[in-house]
Design a protein around this ligand. Structure first.
Ligand code: F6R
Length: 261
């Protein structure tokens, strides 16, 4: 795991967007795993800018979102399909059929989850998986105590997640109770995982996850098992990390990061 601390949210989001852009430049047919949530919004803004101003090409890539609310139609403002169209897909040259989210309206949701996992594998697996972290430490919608071996599955959302997502759904009672989510093992199978964490509200959680023990109470801590995981945090989110100077030293001196400093 590598931890990169940036002075503010805009700089952190810019670095994440640049890493996505460089993945696409190196391998135009990349499979990119996408996340929703407020943290990702500035990343998608930057990617749209790269497309408009620098011609960043999405025409050959395929995307798989981490998750989708169960029983919510694509045109419902709460759906992640709707969110992704609005925040990214409608503004770039991606092929509509190359964008994937779990089928939240399927008659058999368990089958829809198995189909999603198969589709990811048939696409050759995820090259770069974008991640945020929930206030309870979830990745995707893998809530505390989710199995680290889980594949795409239906998850019952916790009260903490319902509270966290109330704002984007128009109130706590409008947040669906179930979601379809890539499992922890699906996320660990990605070739690279790239998490963005911003804001002081996540500082304690981030320190527990990065410098504390691996525990399914914080499903993000499973990322310590990932072979190539990068965590980008802004200074506010990184405030409680004890080894800040060490992470900074590595970022400033490792030639691998020269282009990003
Ligand atoms: C969304 C997702 C979630 C969010 C997390 C953080 O697709 O998978 O894990 O990344 O809940 O959400 P924000 O960014 O709104 O704090």
């Amino acid at each position: 795991m590598q931890v990169i601390i940036q002075p503010d949210t805009a700089t952190a989001a810019n670095l994440v967007a640049r890493l996505v852009a460089d993945t696409l430049k190196t391998k135009p047919a990349s499979v990119i795993g996408l996340a929703t949530g407020r943290t990702m919004e500035p990343v998608y803004e930057r990617l749209i800018e790269f497309h408009r101003n620098d011609g960043l090409d999405f025409s050959k890539c395929r995307t798989f979102n981490l998750d989708e609310y169960a029983g919510v139609k694509a045109d419902d403002f709460r759906s992640y399909r709707h969110t992704m169209q609005k925040l990214l897909f409608d503004h770039i040259n991606i092929r509509p059929e190359a964008t994937h989210l779990p089928d939240s309206m399927a008659a058999d949701l368990n089958q829809a989850c198995a189909d999603y996992e198969n589709k990811i594998n048939a696409a050759g697996g995820v090259d770069l998986q974008l991640l945020g972290i929930g206030s309870n430490g979830h990745i995707g919608f893998n809530e505390p105590l989710s199995s680290f071996s889980s594949l795409t599955h239906v998850e019952f959302l916790t009260a903490a997640t319902i509270r966290q997502n109330a704002g984007l759904c128009g109130g706590e009672d409008r947040v669906p109770r179930f979601a379809l989510t890539m499992g922890v093992a699906t996320i660990l199978a990605s070739r690279r995982a790239l998490m963005l964490v911003t804001g002081a509200a996540k500082a304690e959680l981030l320190a527990n996850f990065i410098e504390g023990p691996v525990t399914s109470m914080i499903t993000a801590s499973a990322l310590h098992w990932h072979r190539d995981c990068i965590i980008v945090a802004d200074a506010a989110a990184a405030a409680n990390l004890k080894n800040r100077a060490g992470y900074q030293f590595a970022f400033e001196n490792n030639p691998a990061w020269a282009a990003y400093r």
